[in-house]
Design a protein around this ligand. Structure first.
Ligand code: SAM
Length: 217
């Protein structure tokens, strides 16, 4: 699946996409992540991408022109929808992530990251297909939300996690009826006086299954 990330701080993504599962998925050509610097598209003679809001008020806004030109260029490479990461958007949930992973795995997604007080409404009206929020709080920029969305979707694509099933039976997943997952234990059998529940070392699969089901919240 292809993700194009549009930002004025491209380096923010370096460490995240250069590590672990995402790094391996890129190497295996299961994921393609291209980061675009919106600043490169500005026609402002001082290379500015922000300006004060009309009507006054605190802070700066990202101007429409660099975003518009950047989106037009990226749309030639990625046929998926343009998502603006915004606290005003539709809330990201595991269920919504599953829907997006299924629907856009082939086309890909274009994720637009805002900064400052946000972006000029005309950039949204002209370029954005829909908005997604990662929670009811306001962050400094859209880069963390874009990474959260990318991570949520990527691990749901078959073959990206080592074991395809490990993203199925998880907290909030359909398989667990949207409930919170049961507790996990690994070696040793006793740690600081706390023992692994007997049933998990019994080897009795039906009982283990029942115990895990009973633990769902
Ligand atoms: N003035 C905006 C408001 O009140 O809705 C907040 C702007 S915020 C400081 C700057 C950028 O961070 C936004 O343009 C958006 O891209 C991103 N952002 C902040 N919180 C977010 C959230 N909860 N979900 C997704 N994106 C978020």
């Amino acid at each position: 699946m292809r993700f194009d990330l549009l930002t004025i701080f491209p380096e923010i993504f370096d460490s995240y996409i250069g590590e672990s599962i995402i790094k391996r998925a890129i190497k295996d050509h299961k994921l393609e992540i291209v980061v675009h610097d919106i600043r490169k598209y500005t026609k402002d003679k001082h290379q500015k991408v922000d300006a004060p809001p009309y009507g006054g008020g605190a802070g700066m806004l990202m101007m429409a022109q660099p975003i518009y030109d950047c989106v037009q260029a990226v749309k030639k490479l990625n046929k998926g929808p343009v998502i603006y990461m915004s606290p005003k958007g539709k809330m990201l949930t595991q269920n919504y992530g599953q829907t997006l992973a299924k629907k856009y795995q082939k086309s890909g997604l274009i994720l637009l990251c805002g900064r400052y007080e946000g972006i000029d409404q005309r950039a949204i009206d002209l370029c954005v297909d829909f908005e997604i929020s990662i929670g009811k709080y306001v962050l400094t920029g859209g880069e963390l939300p874009a990474m959260v969305l990318l991570d949520t979707i990527s691990r749901l694509i078959p073959g990206i996690l080592g074991d395809d099933y490990s993203s199925e039976e998880e907290t909030f997943s359909k398989v667990l009826d949207g409930k919170k997952e049961y507790p996990h234990y690994t070696r040793p059998e006793e740690f600081m006086g706390l023992k692994v529940p007997e049933v998990l070392i019994s080897g009795h699969h039906a009982n283990i299954k029942k115990w895990r089901k009973d633990q769902l919240k």
